[in-house]
Design a protein around this ligand. Sequence first.
Ligand code: AMP
Length: 172
Amino acid sequence: MEQLLTLIRDVPNFPKPGIVFKDITPLLADPPGLALAVELMANPFRGRKVDVVIGAESRGFIFGIAVAQALSAGFVPVRKPGKLPRPTHAFEYALEYGTDRLEIHQDAVRPGQRVLIVDDLIATGGTLGACLGMVRRLGGELVGVSVLIELTALNGRAALPDPGLLHAALRL
Ligand code: AMP
């Protein structure tokens, strides 16, 4: 864990005054650090028959793909508006720094498929809440939510319908 913590840099006042941004790019660039992060995020879900991992643009793509491969699962991208070419469902959500909207292809998850949601970080829980709404809407069966970092002071876990579904490799 110490090894991972040294690879995550605090950047004060980015992208807005008052936000301490957790920069994970040093971790991504470090082979053992990246491997450990993905292992810690995937391990609790091994043997849980995950069919697809859902990850939101853009850091959810990075860890989502890696965790999907570790679990021999597929990957479904959740994207910013206007990026997906076929019919989508859209969800509005609140960010730690602003509001936004995310979209998913209407046929991205088949009813009954077992879904794991992955992101780099949970702050207020808005992004993951939108992804949970998508899983529900598409009829997927939620296995859990895996993040690298939970910012515990913001209590985003409490914003999830079942806080016990969240696995965080690092609670900061
Ligand atoms: P939230 O929806 O508030 O839980 O915010 C989570 C999303 O915003 C994640 O996809 C993060 O990548 C990004 N994010 C929010 N706050 C931070 C932060 N302090 N440092 C880095 N990324 C953040």
